[in-house]
Unconditional design. Structure first.
Lengths: 471, 318
């Protein structure tokens, strides 16, 4: 493989630390290796004791793994972040407007900006939501927008996550850990704080309450303690001081949702659910769901309870919808998109399909509705057989796939077995939509720990880093 | 508080308390077996832990002989024995994980840390570390958990259900232990004052950390009647049945709901009997009969608590 150039977050081409990395670079040069090793071990030990683990599907029941944490932070200059945050706000506002529109007047479809069949026929489009008015017109209360930096140092949106994006607990725990390990670095420079995320989230959820309810009872609904993100569900519920409920704890009577408590039934107004649409109500969606609450959709449609995120947001974060987001921004906000999209080939288009099949070794091909980094083909690192097999799958149902050029994701120095080495990273900011759009500075930085790998998902050997916005 | 959460907290505490009690019981058996050089008599001591915990039957299903090695493995390390220390530590940690949003991070860290260490324990490590040192560790972890809980958790329902589980489990354990040792507590006339009895009684006291208290309370030689009195009727011994039930009754009064009247009544009845009972009456009725009937009532109460607070069938109009 030809040597490709990547944007290095920490070092410029002359090998010097960039200005915003100076403080950390100094620490790295002036600290004896034993002390660095010590800090890394301390971090490992602490994470284990605190029990910040995630469950891995497909392994023996109850398997819990520690997500690898790297002590070299991803540092972003404040000025650059200002620009990114404007772009995030713009993008999420447009996505919420799009969701409201397609479940009401469908103006954007009539204007021909987004092909109607791609929305209406999408398996994530929920006809049950048509005509339902959700409080404040907000559908995606919590959005995770995945950003990557190309070799020119410019940010691109890789994908939008509008269903139940996870990972924010790592963001918070990573920061806690870094402050513990490097108090002197936090004293030396202004690193914007992130610990108020639970406050912002609580505020967002309170704002989402059905009209007329001043002091809503809010709960966080989890699929249960075998879910891979259970730690995060418990953590957020605790940080916000709300109940962590499972389906069995709730029931619906006369279109009102109650939870079973030691003091009898208690009415519930807002459900921050971390469980997919398909599973929330066996009466409305999957009949075999043991995780849901029968009648929940009835209560929701009657406006007696708010679900955050709303039902039916999946249609907007689908990879087949992604190429149209810039047009949504222009259509609803009459603005030019601030954050760029990665060029995307739609394989239901004959021209795109031909191009993609002829250039598979240079592209990344994904299922439009896949997630978690599974079932994708990373052209440059694939074998001929893998490409042939994938080609067959694509030809069977081209409309189910999209392709993108392999981005040269930026790299950040990362501790691996043989020492410090550059590894690819991405960034997921969490964007909250209520009365206003709000977020904590930065986001969760994920790092692909395998050399050359571009897949940062924790289920695929990815790790995490703290993200510093410095002024 | 969610019914499921209350139930999980309650069982979390019962599991911690059970692990501690099992360690205490095994520690006593271990000490007693050291008092004799006769291997047969040594093995004899290892029946008691099985009888106290009511696990002789499942034990004999899998082990041909009763001796220290087999019983220790079964009750301390056996992952397939649901009441082994190992299983209790695992279960308590699973419970804690399920209510992590309700307990404090310090409580979670104690139970998680205990489990991580327990997971690495096997027979070789147990003997290398020393049996007594292992039991001390289990007790210390339980003390730590109690202290951390007491020092960090808000005084709300979560705290009450934690205590409810602890005291119900503890009262049960004290009663079971007395019941198994009752034949020792009622010796034939000629044995009175014998060295073996002295050690048996003091072992019972030590197993509930009440040896020093006995001396302070009675300033007297150890007699069966007084040992029983101390552990059943005294209101100032934290592992006595009366002490535990005073709290059980009080907690049930505090957390009462529309469905819990019967549970409160039953607890009150048991507490009243302990509060106003006399040793003369208990020994007249027969200690074994008395304890058997106590264990039955306490079992019934557990069922009632379950129905009143943890049941999933409550509806808005009920």
């Amino acid at each position: 493989m030809a040597l490709k150039k990547f944007f290095n977050e920490m070092y410029s081409d002359d090998g010097k630390a960039r200005p915003h990395y100076e403080a950390f670079g100094d620490w790295l040069t002036n600290t004896p290796p034993e002390k660095i090793t010590q800090n890394r071990q301390a971090a490992d030990l602490l994470f284990h004791r605190v029990g910040i683990t995630f469950a891995v599907y497909g392994e023996a029941t109850g398997t819990e793994r520690l997500i690898p944490f790297d002590i070299v932070p991803h540092v972003i200059p404040g000025k650059q972040w200002e620009q990114v945050s404007k772009g995030l706000k713009q993008r999420v506002t447009a996505l919420n407007a799009f969701l409201h529109d397609i479940y009401h007047e469908q103006n954007i479809l009539r204007a021909g900006k987004v092909p109607a069949h791609k929305v209406i026929k999408n398996s994530q489009f929920r006809p049950e939501m048509i005509g339902i008015n959700v409080p404040g017109g907000i559908y995606a209360h919590v959005a995770g927008i995945d950003l990557v930096k190309d070799f020119d140092g410019e940010y691109y949106v890789l994908e939008d996550n509008l269903r139940t994006p996870s990972g924010v607990s790592y963001l918070l725990e990573n920061r806690k850990m870094m402050m513990r390990l490097f108090p002197e670095l936090f004293a030396q420079q202004r690193i914007r704080p992130v610990d108020h995320y639970p406050d912002l989230l609580l505020e967002t959820l309170r704002n989402a309450a059905p009209v007329g309810i001043d002091n809503p009872t809010i709960v966080l609904m989890t699929p249960g303690n075998f879910n891979s993100a259970y730690f995060e569900h418990a953590f957020l519920a605790q940080q916000m001081g709300i109940e962590l409920v499972e389906g069995v704890d709730l029931f619906v009577q006369e279109d009102t949702v109650f939870m079973r408590t030691t003091q009898g039934p208690q009415k519930v107004d807002v459900i921050y659910r971390r469980i997919d649409d398909d599973f929330i109500d066996p009466e409305a969606f999957r009949k075999d769901s043991m995780l849901g609450v029968p009648g929940l959709m009835r209560a929701y449609r009657a406006g007696r309870v708010t679900l955050a995120n709303a039902v039916g947001t999946g249609v907007a974060d689908d990879k087949s919808m992604y190429p149209y987001v810039p047009d949504m921004i222009r259509f609803y906000l009459d603005e030019e998109p601030i954050l760029k999209n990665v060029h995307t080939y739609m394989l239901d288009d004959k021209k795109d399909l031909d191009y993609v099949l002829a250039n598979m070794q240079d592209l990344v091909i994904k299922e439009a509705q896949g997630s978690g980094g599974y079932n994708m083909l990373v052209g440059p690192t694939s074998t001929k057989e893998e490409r042939e097999r994938y080609k067959q799958r694509v030809l069977d149902a081209p409309e189910r796939f999209i392709a993108q050029p392999t981005l040269s994701l930026s790299v950040c120095p990362t501790f691996v077995d043989k020492g410090l080495a550059p590894r690819h990273i991405d960034l997921r900011p969490y964007v909250l939509s209520g009365k206003n759009v709000s977020f904590v500075p930065g986001g969760l930085t994920r790092v692909a720990l395998r050399e050359g790998s571009l897949v940062v998902n924790s289920s695929q050997g990815g790790g995490v880093k703290d993200t510093w916005i410095v002024d | 508080m969610l019914s499921r959460t209350a139930s999980t907290l309650y069982w979390m505490s019962r599991n911690v308390e059970r692990a501690e009690n099992t360690a205490r019981i095994l520690d006593v058996a271990h000490r007693m077996s050291l008092l004799t050089k006769d291997p047969d008599l040594q093995d004899q001591e290892w029946f008691a832990p099985l009888n106290i915990t009511g696990t002789l039957f499942p034990f004999s299903g899998r082990h041909a002989i009763v001796n220290s090695k087999e019983v220790l493995h079964f009750m301390a390390l056996d992952a397939d024995n649901p009441s082994s220390i190992y299983s209790c530590a695992r279960q308590a940690r699973e419970n804690a994980r399920a209510v992590r949003g309700t307990i404090t991070s310090e409580m979670w860290e104690v139970l998680n840390g205990t489990w991580l260490e327990m997971q690495n324990m096997d027979e070789d490590r147990l003997y290398a570390r020393g049996i007594s040192s292992f039991f001390d560790w289990v007790k210390e972890r339980s003390h730590l958990f109690r202290g951390v809980t007491f020092g960090t958790i808000r005084r709300d329902e979560a705290f009450q259900f934690h205590r409810l589980g602890t005291y119900l489990e503890r009262a049960d354990n004290t009663a079971r232990m007395l019941d198994v040792k009752y034949h020792v507590l009622l010796p034939s006339v000629e044995d009175v004052g014998g060295a073996v009895d002295y050690y048996q009684w003091s072992a019972v006291l030590r197993s509930v950390s009440a040896f020093e208290s006995y001396r302070k309370v009675y300033r007297d030689i150890i007699t069966p009647l007084k040992v029983a009195e101390l552990l059943i009727l005294r209101d100032d011994i934290p592992r006595s049945m009366r002490f535990c039930y005073r709290d059980v009754y009080q907690i049930l009064c505090e957390v009462q709901n529309r469905a819990s009247m019967e549970a409160t009544r039953q607890a009150g009845e048991i507490y009243a009997a302990l509060q106003f009972g006399t040793m003369q009456n208990i020994f007249q009725a027969g200690l074994h009969e008395y304890l058997t009937s106590f264990l039955e009532s306490s079992n019934k109460l557990s069922g009632e608590v379950d129905k009143a607070f943890f049941a999933r069938t409550l509806s808005a109009t009920a």
